[in-house]
Design a protein around this ligand. Structure first.
Ligand code: HEM
Length: 397
């Protein structure tokens, strides 16, 4: 269903005020076609679950999805059935809870301490650019077996890839930025592929090429590359943004900051996961309708792009008490942040552990970290949402 409101919505409006838009959609048009996005938006918790866990009604394969148009096919999040399982079994084993526990502290702690060592003497720090993003990009790159690429380059990769992944409106400028980024990534990956094609190792990349293949066989670079781009984008960008969301939430809620500081073993994991409910780093799971589907009288016709808005599900008033409040003491524990169904996030456990460590190390090092009132933060984005900058004043104890 299209209304005057959904017809008038622009990408800019949703990127700037995503949660106001979702609240209005949940109230007036919970299943709505939004022309500016070329997609239906489904914004209530139950409907989001239905879209993402009914593969007979909604498929992941969608050749018009921005990710497929820009990254190629098969891309893990836009494939179904055996191809999806083949791709997922390449990546997921390295990020199981047990495996993550083996390596995460050794990986994240040195990166966090290095960032802190480089904080300027003034103590004025943008935690997005100078702490959370560097930890996030290097953690994923190193866990993926990519070494020797600078933090700045990795940051530019996910900014460039994101331009393609969010390009619902087919903006040629965003396409150009994404294409240039992909070219750089291909150049960086060529020698890594060449090495692995001669000598497999235990990296996720190697597993993607070789798992369940006959001796002497491997998958082609072309087959795995689209899924590598998907993983680089989400995996490098989102834990950093979730960490930044957590800092905003705790600094804006001093009682809860005190509660976390008083017993971080008990409260840090909750502080991080509640922050990614409050502001979900990834906004949607994208699907395509495989037949006409009825949502309380609103019919999504077959063959339409559908965005299950997990960020909105996380604020559904019928699911959460006072959903706009950040509250580590809330009783609800089930969140939509990492998605539902066969495509739920393969990096969930690595992300939670990384965010917990990076936030914890920061709080331990700086007992009196403060927001800078003359450099206010603001959130931006709907498909990916986070503070663009987060200026704080820190002083070591
Ligand atoms: C706070 C951090 C993160 C959030 C909120 C997040 C969220 C999500 C969501 C919502 C999906 C489902 C997308 C869809 O169905 O369209 C997803 C998929 C995925 N995520 Fe994450 N993610 C995060 C970090 C990571 C990390 C660090 C990795 C690194 C391994 C990763 C790897 C993946 C992969 C490979 C998929 C595709 C799974 C599939 O299609 O089977 N993510 N993520």
């Amino acid at each position: 269903m299209e209304t005057d409101y959904t017809r008038s919505l622009t990408v800019e409006e949703i990127e700037a005020n995503a949660y106001d838009v979702y609240a209005r959609l949940r109230r007036d048009s919970p299943v709505a076609y939004v022309p500016a996005l070329n997609s239906w938006l489904v914004t209530k918790w139950d409907d989001v679950q239905r879209v993402t866990t009914s593969p007979d009604l909604f498929g992941a394969e969608d050749n018009n999805a921005p990710v497929v148009r820009h990254f190629g096919s098969p891309a893990i999040i836009h494939s179904d059935g055996p191809v999806h399982r083949e791709l997922r079994n390449g990546i997921a084993p390295h990020y199981s809870p047990r495996k993550v526990a083996e390596y995460i502290d050794d990986l994240v702690r040195p990166l966090a301490l290095e960032c802190i060592k480089n904080f300027p003497a003034s103590g004025e720090v943008d935690l997005v650019a100078d702490y959370f993003e560097p930890i996030s990009v290097q953690t994923l790159a190193r866990s993926f077996g990519v070494t020797g690429v600078t933090t700045e380059t990795l940051q530019s990769w996910f900014h460039g890839l994101a331009m393609g992944a969010i390009n619902f409106a087919r903006d040629p400028e965003r396409t150009k930025i994404c294409d240039e980024t992909k070219e750089q990534i291909h150049q960086a990956f060529d020698p890594i592929f060449a090495r692995l094609e001669n000598a497999p190792d235990n990296s996720p990349l190697s597993n993607m090429l070789y798992h369940s293949m006959e001796d002497g066989q491997r998958r082609s670079r072309e087959f795995v590359m689209p899924s590598i781009l998907v993983t680089l984008l989400g995996g490098m960008q989102e834990p950093g943004h979730g960490g930044a969301n957590t800092l905003v939430a705790l600094l804006e809620n001093p009682d809860q900051m005190a509660q976390v500081r008083s017993d971080s073993d008990a409260w840090l994991r909750k502080a991080v996961s509640e922050a990614t409910r409050w502001v979900a780093p990834i906004g949607t799971q994208g699907r395509i309708s495989l037949q006409d589907v009825d949502f309380n009288g609103v019919i999504i016709p077959a063959g339409q792009a559908v965005s299950a808005v997990i960020a909105s599900a996380n604020r559904d008033e019928e699911k959460f008490a006072h959903p706009d409040n950040y509250d580590i003491n809330r009783s609800e524990t089930s969140y939509a942040t990492f998605g539902f169904g066969a495509h739920f996030c393969a990096g969930k456990w690595m992300s939670l552990a990384q965010m917990e460590l990076s936030v914890g190390i920061l709080l331990d090092t700086f007992p009196d970290i403060q927001l800078m009132s003359d450099k206010p933060y603001s959130f931006f984005g709907w498909e990916f949402r986070a503070p663009t900058k987060l200026w704080v004043q820190v002083r070591k104890s």
